[in-house]
Design a binder for this molecule. Structure first.
Ligand code: HEC
Length: 132
């Protein structure tokens, strides 16, 4: 009886770890990658071409955002760079964060977020946290 209960808990834990929301990703997180943020190049300016694991789809010429099919591909890529429920272990959030704020020492695109109070950082963190 006890064993059956534990198995059920384990299954619940696995399925909840994969519950990152595509809708929140598409409406709130993905626009940040295209946004002109003061003093910073846009994430997408580098991350449609760079050879890192954060590789976004190139925009269709003339388009100012991704198609839904492209967003789904981006979502798959970006989901692999986060640990649902844990922003502080999520590469997407820690790699571009300033070292003084707990980020990595080096990011090829510089310190995109000065602190965890940056509104865009918080938006991404909220999405990651809600995927728990
Ligand atoms: C000026 C170009 C540039 C910009 C702008 C830029 N990056 Fe980067 N980024 C790089 C380069 C180059 C690398 C690969 C070298 C490294 O690991 O830092 C990288 C690596 C990364 C990685 C690690 C991917 C992996 O392979 O694990 C993440 C996550 C990341 N960037 C997030 C971001 C986010 C989020 C933004 C926007 C807020 C951003 N970057 C803006 C150039 C850029």
């Amino acid at each position: 009886m006890k064993r059956v209960f534990l198995a059920a808990v384990a299954i619940a834990a696995i399925s909840s770890a994969q519950s990152l929301s595509f809708e929140i990703y598409r409406s709130r997180v993905e626009p940040i990658f295209l946004k002109h943020r003061p003093n910073h190049a846009r994430c997408a300016a580098c991350h449609t071409a760079s050879a890192s694991n954060f590789k976004l789809e190139p925009l269709v010429p003339g388009a100012d955002t991704w198609t839904e099919a492209q967003s789904r591909k981006n979502f798959d890529v970006v989901s692999r760079l986060v640990i649902a429920g844990d922003p502080s272990k999520s590469r997407l959030l820690i790699h571009p964060l300033a070292p003084e704020a707990g980020g990595d020492d080096f990011h090829g695109g510089g310190h995109q977020f000065d602190s965890k109070d940056d509104p865009d950082w918080k938006t991404i963190a909220d999405w990651v946290r809600s995927g728990k």
